[in-house]
Design a protein around this ligand. Structure first.
Ligand code: CO
Length: 296
């Protein structure tokens, strides 16, 4: 159970994450640059005197998650894109995680499917309901729209300085029997797909996290690791480092840290059949019998 102070931090992180999501959503327009919008969302979070729980991520079309703009990324929003904006904020380590989708032409129903799945999941949430039952509602809603849920992505518990803790909150009727209980803090994030409903890892990861702290050989890498220390073992991205140290040094350090298993990478996740994917996400805290959506 969180203390009163910690509970305030949970609410504050959720509130700022929700505001940053809504702020970013308005910037997503045809011909806008993905990196520019990402930077603006992150600046917004800093202006609220909070910090990122993970880099802001904007994934397009068949990429369901974990696309993160790199420094000077030329990628532009185009007509017809399905855009997912995923935002994580922490206040003293307590996390708000939320996502929304924007349809830039022709995929309104797909965007509605994940949003409705999230709404229906939130409506049925109460103490004693199992995570498998929540997943079943998500699956049923998305299938009702004629799409499939992404089965190998799921919601997750939220810990202090930990973005993914147990239990997982499945997006299908998994049969899992973890009961929702007082004091739980977690995210629900349905993904709807027109394709396989199964994601696979792509290449060119821009998101990383510390695997194991140990000394690096080169001074460049050691210097960059001093910066990474400030991220409290939360995920970070190449863009943050490249903006401080330049692209060549950053790439050198990332390679060395990967080779030495100091960090691991999180590549973009794409629908296996190249289907279009939408996402919606809220964070929730269970306060007694009450379900508080912190990222509203
Ligand atoms: Co999440």
């Amino acid at each position: 159970m969180p203390t009163d102070q910690e509970y305030d931090y949970i609410l504050e992180a959720g509130k700022i994450a929700g505001k940053a999501r809504d702020f970013g959503k308005k910037l997503i327009k045809v011909d806008a640059r993905v990196e520019e919008v990402t930077d603006q969302v992150e600046n917004f979070i800093h202006e609220q005197e909070a910090d990122m729980a993970f880099p802001a991520q904007i994934s397009l079309n068949h990429v369901a998650a974990h696309y993160c703009a790199f420094k000077d990324d030329p990628l532009l929003f185009q007509k017809g894109d399905v855009v997912k904006l995923d935002v994580g904020v922490h206040v003293h380590g307590f996390i708000g995680d939320t996502a929304t989708s924007v349809d830039l032409g022709g995929n309104e129903k797909l965007v509605e499917a994940s949003r409705e799945a999230l709404n229906n999941a939130l409506k049925m949430l109460k103490v004693g309901v199992t995570n498998g039952e929540v997943g079943k509602t998500i699956e049923k809603t998305i299938k009702g729209y004629g799409y499939v849920p992404v089965n190998n992505l799921s919601g997750h518990g939220l810990g202090r300085y930990k973005v993914h803790t147990s239990p997982s909150m499945p997006n299908f009727g998994s049969g899992d029997r973890f009961k929702i209980e007082d004091g739980m803090h977690f995210a629900i994030e349905p993904f709807a797909s027109t394709g396989a409903g199964y994601v696979i890892e792509g290449h060119d990861a821009e998101i990383f996290a510390i695997e194991k702290w140990k000394p690096a050989r080169s001074p460049i890498t050691r210097n960059i690791m001093t910066e990474i220390k400030k991220y409290n073992d939360l995920p970070f991205c190449s863009r943050w480092l490249a903006n401080k140290f330049g692209v060549p040094r950053t790439n050198f350090a990332l390679r060395e840290m990967l080779n030495q298993d100091i960090i691991r990478m999180y590549p973009p996740l794409s629908d296996k059949a190249n289907g279009m994917v939408s996402q919606a996400e809220h964070s929730v805290f269970v306060d007694g019998e009450k379900i508080i959506v912190t990222t509203k």
